[in-house]
Design a binder for this molecule. Structure first.
Ligand code: SF4
Length: 292
């Protein structure tokens, strides 16, 4: 099903409210904007409806990703002379998230894989190189947005800030993924302002394959991504206002059925998702068992 046409194409954004007061800024993270772009209904379930509809069970791939991210964060918190491969196993063990796996055997395989990825990745890092930030929140404001987001890592290289995002999914990523990521572009936009230095390069570090997908933004491409984010924010603001004025919430936040439904936490509560065959919580990591 085609994506819902952007409301902002038809409804021009008003910078001033009815009484001439400025509109409130739309407070957002990249995942909040991405959620609406993927499916307005899922956005409503996540950010507006209270109580929020009940979510499905936890996903093993989220547990795996969170475990690896936290281990890397804690690795950088070690004193420089301890930043080698030796502490990796204990770091991973202490932050390991157990939810979502089919059974203990599958969890063990995932743990061993993650440990291997981390060992290889950490061996390629320079312990002396202190990033500008690790899991660092960067925030900035525009005429429409009050943006904040937590970047996995922000490196300092040749006088510039570089955005690094860790990935643990099944498939490797390429330069198009790095170029197209709105989240990375918004981090770069915000990092320029927070650190008062240029930030154009964004990188996706795929730990399972040890590959890095890179894109070098220009000011124009960062501004284009920002304009898209602002257009999404205007769409959301308009939908929320219509809903508050009495419009049908289901019309203002329509479903967007597609391949994402099988992975949606709200599948059971959503009329479109209820018809979709559910994925097992461990479906996205089953391939790890076939490559042991
Ligand atoms: S199940 Fe599909 S259509 Fe329903 S909220 Fe989730 S992603 Fe949207």
């Amino acid at each position: 099903m085609p994506r819902t046409p952007p409301r902002s194409a038809a409804v021009p954004h008003q910078q001033l409210g009815f009484d001439g007061m400025p509109e409130r800024l739309f407070v957002c993270t990249p995942s909040k904007l991405g959620s609406y772009a993927d499916c307005p209904r899922r956005y409503r379930y996540t950010y507006i409806d209270r109580p929020s509809p009940q979510k499905g069970p936890p996903w093993a791939h989220n547990s795996l990703g969170a475990s690896v991210h936290t281990a890397l964060k804690n690795w950088y918190a070690l004193p420089v002379d301890r930043r080698g491969t030796a502490p990796v196993a204990s770091l991973l063990k202490s932050t390991w998230v157990r939810e979502g796996y089919r059974d203990v055997d599958q969890e063990r395989i995932a743990y061993r894989k993650a440990l291997g990825w981390l060992d290889t990745y950490v061996a390629g890092l320079d312990p002396q190189e202190e990033p500008l930030g690790v899991e660092r929140v960067v925030a900035t404001k525009t005429a429409v947005l009050a943006f904040n987001g937590r970047a996995d890592r922000i490196d300092a290289r040749d006088g510039e800030a570089v955005i690094v995002d860790y990935k643990t999914g099944r498939t490797g990523l390429d330069a198009d993924d790095a170029r197209g990521s709105q989240a990375l572009a918004l981090y770069a936009y915000a990092a320029q302002r927070v650190f008062r230095r240029p930030c154009h390069k964004v990188e996706l570090h795929h730990l399972p394959t040890g590959t890095v997908a890179t894109h070098e933004h220009t000011e124009e491409s960062l501004n284009r991504q920002l304009a898209r984010a602002e257009a999404t924010a205007r769409d959301i603001i308009a939908a929320e206002k219509s809903m508050a004025a009495g419009a049908d919430p289901d019309d203002e936040f329509p479903t967007n059925p597609g391949s994402l439904c099988a992975w949606c936490d709200f599948r059971k509560s959503c009329p479109a998702g209820a018809e979709v065959q559910a994925k097992e919580p461990w479906a996205a990591i089953e391939h790890l068992e076939r490559t042991t």
